[in-house]
Design a protein around this ligand. Sequence first.
Ligand code: PA5
Length: 194
Amino acid sequence: MKNNKHLSIINAPFNVDYSNGDIKGKNVLNISNKLKDLPNVFENEAAFLKLNGETIVYDVQAVLPVKEGVEDGLFYGKTTIHPGKVGAEYFMTKGHFQQKKTKAEFYWGIQGEGILILMDKDRNTWAEKMFPGSLHYINGGIAHRTVNTGTIPLSFGACWPSDAGHNYQDIIDNGFSFCLMEIHGKPQLIASNK
Ligand code: PA5
């Protein structure tokens, strides 16, 4: 052999358990969102107040290899929404627009079943079924919220630009135009009263 110099081959810095999407590795961010962290999110305030505020609604893991706001990076995340309801409304995420409306995002289903609710700036709403293997492209400027309509945790992956940002305020102020309720045992989108 002419040149016996070699480079070392290192382990992957992160690994993903594809049965539930769990991410393992250094500096993986873990955030739990409890019912008490989601005031004014669900339609039925009386039903919300009867539940234990310490109940975890969803857990988020994220790999943030660069600083938030940096233009040329990507973030990777996994969300797990636990099964449950507030009145007839399924457990779901807060939902948000991207801070930068030109930035898109991918979601993909890993475990469980659910629905991705999408809403444009004019409050037109549509929804896509989520299941293991489903793939969802969320264009910039489209608000997105995920809902667990099943009896086991709904886990899904996400990948988004590091400068997309999360704008929660529009949803805090105006909500989504439709919410997802269980009616006669089936998920149905109905106009929000908020
Ligand atoms: O970046 C994303 O879109 C996801 O990682 C979400 O932040 C995650 O699903 C939690 O939802 P929300 O940010 O609306 O609470």
